[in-house]
Design a protein around this ligand. Structure first.
Ligand code: A2P
Length: 283
C-alpha cells in the first residue's frame, strides 16, 4: 500500500494535452493507494450541478485507424459539493484501463476534458420525503456521496444520514474517512448547514479482505441484522427510509433486490420513490 501523496505544486514539465473548448486545469492530485486517487480541477464558470450528478471527463487519444486525436471520455461522479469553486473526482487506477492507465499520471497544471453537462439519478429530486437516508457505497462508489454529504439539503431533508462504505482493504477507506472527519470538524460547513448538523451523520465503514473493526460485505451485515443492531436503528422500511446506492455492478444488483424486499421502490428524476441506484465507474 502506498503512502498518501498529495501534489499541488505545478511541475516543471506538465504533460501536454491539446487545449480544447472543454479543457479544465488540474489543480491538485492525491494518491490514496496504488489503486485509488482523487484530483481537483478548475470549474467552468457556467457549470451548475445537483449533488450526486456526474459529468463526462477524459483525455485526448489518437485514433489507431485515422491517426487523428479524439476525446476518450468516461462518466465520473462529481465528488465536490455544488458550492465549491473547483470540481473534485475520485478514481480507480486500472493499469490497462483505456482512460485511467493515463489519467492516473495527471499532475497539477495539466488539462483534462470536462463536458459541462451534469446528469444522474443519485439526486434528492428522485426521492420522496423520508426520515432517514442511507448512502450505500462500495469502492469508488463513495464519490457521489462525498458531494451529497456536504449538501445542506441532505441534512434539512432528513433526521438521520447513514453512509456505509465497503472496500476490500483498510487503505481504500481513507478517502471516505478523511472526508467524514473533515465534515465533522468544518466550521464553515456548520455555518452553512446549521449548528450540530453532523450529529445526524453516521458513518459505517467495512472491509472484506483485510482486518478492520467491522468486517464483511454490507449486504451480508444487513441480512444478518448486524448493521441495524450496531447503529441502533430498525431495518429499512418504505415509510421512513430512503436509499441511494453506488458501487460495482454485482453489489448494485444484490442490494437493489434487498431494498425491494424491504418494500422500497426505485425512483427517478421524473418519478420520485424510495431508492435510486447508479453504477460506480470502473475503467
Ligand atoms: P469482496 O471483497 O467480498 O468481493 P471492488 O473493489 O471489487 O469493486 O469491490 C469493492 C467492495 O465491494 C469489496 O469489499 C467487495 O467485497 C464488495 N462487493 C463486491 N460484490 C459485492 C456484492 N455483490 N455485494 C456486496 N458487496 C460486494
Amino acid at each position: 500500500m502506498n503512502e498518501i501523496s498529495k501534489v499541488t505544486e505545478a511541475p516543471a514539465k506538465a504533460v501536454k494535452t491539446p487545449t480544447l473548448p472543454d479543457a479544465q486545469k488540474v489543480t491538485q492530485v492525491t494518491h490514496w493507494t496504488d489503486r485509488l486517487f482523487s484530483f481537483r480541477v478548475t470549474r467552468p464558470a457556467s457549470l451548475r450541478f445537483r449533488s450526486g450528478e456526474f459529468v463526462m471527463i477524459g483525455l485526448m487519444q489518437t485514433d489507431e485507424k485515422t491517426g487523428k486525436e479524439k476525446p476518450l471520455l468516461r462518466a465520473y461522479s462529481i465528488a465536490s459539493p455544488s458550492w465549491d469553486d473547483e470540481l473534485e473526482f475520485y478514481s480507480i487506477k486500472v493499469q490497462d484501463g483505456p482512460l485511467t492507465s493515463r489519467l492516473q499520471h495527471i499532475q497539477p497544471g495539466d488539462e483534462i476534458i470536462l463536458r459541462p453537462k451534469p446528469v444522474g439519478t443519485l439526486v434528492h429530486d428522485a426521492l420522496l420525503p423520508g426520515k432517514r437516508i442511507w448512502f450505500f457505497a462500495t469502492g469508488t462508489g463513495f464519490a457521489p456521496f462525498a458531494s451529497l454529504l456536504r449538501d445542506p439539503q441532505t441534512y434539512t431533508d432528513y433526521d438521520e444520514v447513514i453512509i456505509t462504505h465497503t472496500c476490500r482493504e483498510v487503505g481504500e477507506l481513507a478517502y471516505g474517512r478523511d472526508l467524514i472527519d473533515s465534515i465533522r470538524s468544518d466550521e464553515m460547513l456548520e455555518e452553512l448547514i446549521g449548528e450540530g448538523f453532523h450529529e445526524k451523520l453516521r458513518y459505517y465503514p467495512t472491509t472484506t479482505r483485510e482486518d478492520s473493526p467491522k468486517m464483511g460485505r454490507i449486504t451480508d451485515l444487513m441480512r444478518s441484522g448486524e448493521v441495524f443492531a450496531d447503529l441502533g436503528v430498525a431495518p429499512l422500511a418504505p415509510e421512513t427510509d430512503r436509499a441511494m446506492v453506488c458501487g460495482n455492478l454485482a453489489f448494485n444488483l444484490e442490494i437493489k433486490e434487498m431494498l425491494e424486499s424491504y418494500g422500497l421502490r426505485e425512483g427517478a428524476n421524473s418519478d420520485p420513490k424510495e431508492y435510486v441506484v447508479e453504477k460506480a465507474f470502473l475503467d
